[in-house]
Design a protein around this ligand. Structure first.
Ligand SMILES: [Zn+2]
Length: 108
């Protein structure tokens, strides 16, 4: 297991904004209509601001959400496509994990 640093815990808030309008640490459900089930989440990286998609059922990722959809949990950490940081989401709280792949960059 590689060395890592836990940087910070950030609140990850579900939002109905469009994916390109997300602020750092926000996430958006896909689809927005709960009758059509959960495809995944757009997650705006709290560190660099890039939006990465977490797809339910891909690469072992299982996304669970409570009845109201307020508390989302990812079974696996999501790696930001831009800065490569790992974003853990548990009960709606995000934790950032930094490993040797992380790039010191900001998307915006
Ligand atoms: Zn990032």
């Amino acid at each position: 297991m590689s060395e890592f640093y836990l940087l910070e815990v950030v609140a990850v808030r579900p939002t109905s904004k469009g994916p390109c309008k997300l602020e750092r640490g926000e996430m958006r459900r896909v689809s927005q209509d709960r009758r059509f089930g959960l495809v995944g989440y757009h997650v705006c990286c709290p560190r660099c601001g890039y939006v990465t998609v977490a797809l339910n059922g891909r690469d072992g990722m299982v996304i669970t959400e409570d009845e109201e959809g307020g508390a989302v949990t990812f079974s696996e950490p999501l790696r930001c496509l831009f800065c490569q940081i790992l974003i853990h989401v548990r009960d709606g709280l995000g934790t950032l994990e930094e490993d040797e792949h992380v790039r010191n960059v900001r998307y915006r």
